[in-house]
Design a protein around this ligand. Structure first.
Ligand SMILES: [Zn+2]
Length: 447
């Protein structure tokens, strides 16, 4: 039977993965998770004739599963389908309509944490590898399925760990992972996003120091809470340069905007005025894709209402744009605060934004598969304001896209609102399309 896996089969496996409850959490400064449970469920799916399976568990309970259909031509390009196996926490008391870890199929949709991010794709990837092997598919280059833990906490115990210590296990020329597939009607027809770049990511910790003293005597006191307020005010007013990157230009050009708006959106001097003219919901995305952002998210300090504290800590989430040096952005922040902090009072960990080229044979295959699945839709290179494991793959030499196929009925705004949201769910048509996507791409690109 030479045909893709059906959405109903994906729904069954997706439900099982959701019920496994592989939440990756962050406690006491460390990422932890139990993704080996999902990896084991997936191993049972992919194991069998024609598929080589590796189990990489460098950190207890956090296994990567790597399944490979070996290629016949060592010089042919190889392709990985990479899906993460962890999910963010969900609390049923937040108003979920159905149990967030029930994985139930209700009203033609699978409900639960991970239904869009991204156990749906991980499930359809695994089933597709098994299906292709059962059909006797012999790719030219290797076809690899990589189920990876710890994406939701930045991949230091997942993708990064494997690439650093066992790269040969997962090294491929190309990879597909989240996030893609949102379809939007434009005056020029249907366009479907596939991510070609991720923003950078960084964590900046700042300590503001003062001197502990009695709150009854503020005159002449050294109060770090006031310094923290000043630091937050400066960070909010910081205006890093606007970056008009190649992926941004391509994305704007494909949206069917009128000529005046399209021109303003790629002009650094006019971009910010144009944000208000965008369709509802699009401005935050356009703003974030075109500059480094730095957002204060954590404030810690002060325990007693009648005591001026000794110090206050701030946590800043910094996300450099394509074209920024992440190190230079952190340095700018340090300069901005230099009179408020000492030389050792700012701790930074940051990564540059990444991008993959669009002029590749894989992109052409993705565009063809998308057009066929959606009646002539155009595949559009999109920028992620967020971060995915692609941020580890690209610097390691793998051209990586966030790709998927989703039902046209699922609007981009609705789709994005389900990421880490209440009532996360996915419809059967999207699961059908997702399976068709991996199947057709593998056959056309590697066949
Ligand atoms: Zn994800």
């Amino acid at each position: 039977m030479a045909e893709p896996v059906r959405g109903s089969e994906v729904a069954e496996l997706l439900g099982a993965l959701i019920r496994n409850r592989c939440v990756s959490s962050f406690d006491a400064g460390a990422s932890n998770g139990t993704e080996s449970v999902n990896a084991a469920t997936l191993r049972a799916v992919v194991e069998g004739p024609g598929v080589d399976v590796d189990w990489h568990e460098a950190i207890d309970g956090r296994a990567s599963l790597v399944a490979r259909i070996a290629g016949s031509d060592p010089t042919a390009p190889s392709l990985a389908l990479m899906g993460h196996t962890d999910v963010v926490p969900a609390d049923e008391t937040d108003g979920w309509t159905h149990d967030p870890f029930g994985g139930e199929l209700v009203g033609g949709e699978v409900w639960g944490r991970g239904a869009v991010d991204m156990l749906n794709q991980t499930a359809s990837m695994a089933l597709t590898i098994r299906r292709l092997a059962d059909e006797g598919f012999r790719p030219r280059g290797d076809l690899v399925f990589w189920a990876v833990p710890d994406e939701e906490n930045g991949g230091l115990q997942g993708a990064k760990q494997v690439i650093d210590t066992a790269h040969d296990l997962v090294r491929t020329d190309f990879a597909l992972t989240e996030v893609g597939g949102a379809a939007r009607r434009t005056p020029d027809g249907l366009v479907v996003d596939a991510a070609v770049s991720d923003k950078g990511m960084g964590v900046i910790g700042i300590v503001l120091r003062g001197r502990q003293s009695h709150a009854s005597l503020p005159h002449g006191a050294d109060n770090p809470v006031l310094k923290a307020a000043e630091a937050v005010r400066r960070i909010d007013e910081w205006r890093p340069p606007v970056r008009i990157s190649d992926p941004w230009r391509r994305w704007v050009a494909a949206q069917g905007f009128d000529a005046e708006l399209a021109a303003a959106l790629v002009d650094p001097d006019r971009l910010d005025e144009a944000l208000d003219l965008l369709p509802p919901g699009m401005a935050p995305h356009a703003h974030a894709c075109t500059r480094c952002t730095a957002v204060p998210t954590v404030v810690k300090g002060g325990e007693k209402i009648n005591t001026i504290p000794q110090s206050v800590e701030l946590g800043i989430n910094i996300r450099p744009a394509l074209g920024d040096s992440a190190d230079a952005m952190a340095e700018e922040l340090r300069d901005l605060l230099s009179d408020l902090i000492g030389p050792d009072d700012l701790f930074a960990f940051q990564q540059d934004a990444t991008a993959s080229p669009v002029d590749t044979p894989l992109w052409d295959v993705l565009a063809g598969v998308t057009a066929r699945a959606h009646g002539g839709a155009a595949l559009v290179p999109a920028m992620l304001a967020a971060w995915t494991d692609a941020s580890w793959l690209r610097p390691a030499g793998t051209a990586t896209y966030g790709f998927g196929l989703l039902s046209e009925k699922l609007s981009p705004e609705e789709y994005w609102s389900r990421f880490h949201g209440v009532d996360e769910r996915i419809d059967l048509e999207s699961l059908d399309l997702s399976a068709i996507g991996w199947y057709e791409v593998a056959k056309q690109f590697l066949g």
